[in-house]
Write a protein that binds this ligand. Structure first.
Ligand code: ZN
Length: 289
């Protein structure tokens, strides 16, 4: 997962007005969300641009998909579930009263996430694990489920959200690129992470390999950058130039426009670098987010 700043998206001209009218038609029951789906489908290009065609949830490249615009809060009948203790499966649970969808969010720009089919749609992988966000939207406190826009603020979603500055940082990865929870079992963070890993298919062989191979390209650059930084401190006259060159390469791997990067994973590795005390530039490179 990577952080996506969705505060300024280049939306098509006149989209806000079309969305407002579509929202009115949906809430008045004149048309269904599916009949109005073209309104959010046209945003696919601008959402994709924010991550250079990579899924905001899992960071895999999305080649072609008609359904790449995910509603973070579902527009249709909402489902919830419970993760089995061993993390192997999600058991569906009833919501009472039945929730027919966050219809007031159906055309809200803040609610859209660019998503691959693995993350967005219910499916079974070859290894038999089921996942996919679909209409699942579990809450930490089910009793605070919102049935109108006014009460939405009290909800604490279980699913990690790439558009929240801190959510993606909750994920940890082992040396094989597999995501895991570093928090005590059963805590709020732990539940969010383990549920999200399962529901969004984040622990998948192809993804783990992708993270690993990305790091195999970044780590030699990191090693060289550290080397030239120490050389700088030692007064080597060519060190400043070489340090800046290597730093520039690292920045390329942290740039959302890089089509080959797993930014969330690279940032995690840098944030947890054990040499950070003698290499303060790592924190500067990571910036505030
Ligand atoms: Zn995905």
């Amino acid at each position: 997962m990577r952080y996506i700043d969705n505060t300024f998206l280049e939306i098509p001209e006149g989209w806000d007005e079309r969305a407002l009218e579509a929202s009115r038609q949906l809430l008045d029951g004149e048309r269904t969300a599916e009949q109005l789906s073209q309104v959010w489908r046209v945003l696919k290009a601008c959402l994709s641009e924010a991550s250079n065609r990579r899924c905001w949830y899992c960071e895999s490249t999305i080649h072609r998909s008609d359904n790449a615009v995910d509603h973070y809060r579902p527009k249709g009948t909402v489902k919830t579930g419970r993760l089995l203790e061993d993390g192997s499966r999600i058991v569906a649970m009833e919501i009472a009263p039945v929730h027919h969808g966050y219809k007031w969010k159906a055309f809200n720009l803040d609610n859209f996430r660019y998503s691959c089919e693995h993350c967005n749609e219910y499916r079974k992988d070859l290894d038999g694990t089921a996942g996919g966000k679909w209409n699942y939207f579990p809450l930490v406190h089910e009793e605070r489920r919102a049935y109108d826009a006014q009460n939405e603020r009290f909800e604490v979603p279980v699913l990690l959200d790439p558009c929240k500055a801190l959510d993606w940082q909750l994920l940890s990865y082992d040396s094989n690129g597999r995501p895991f929870s570093r928090f005590d079992r059963g805590t709020e963070e732990d539940v969010k992470i383990r549920f999200s890993i399962r529901l969004l298919h984040l622990d998948q062989q192809g993804l783990n390999e992708g993270r690993r191979s990305c790091w195999s390209l970044v780590s030699p650059i990191l090693r060289d950058t550290k080397y030239w930084f120490v050389e700088k401190l030692n007064g080597n006259p060519e060190a400043e130039h070489n340090f800046q060159e290597e730093l520039r390469k690292l920045k390329q791997w942290l740039n959302p426009r890089n089509p080959a990067t797993y930014i969330g994973f690279v940032r995690y590795k840098l944030r947890n670098d054990r040499d950070k005390k003698i290499h303060p530039w790592i924190d500067m490179l990571l910036g505030d987010i």
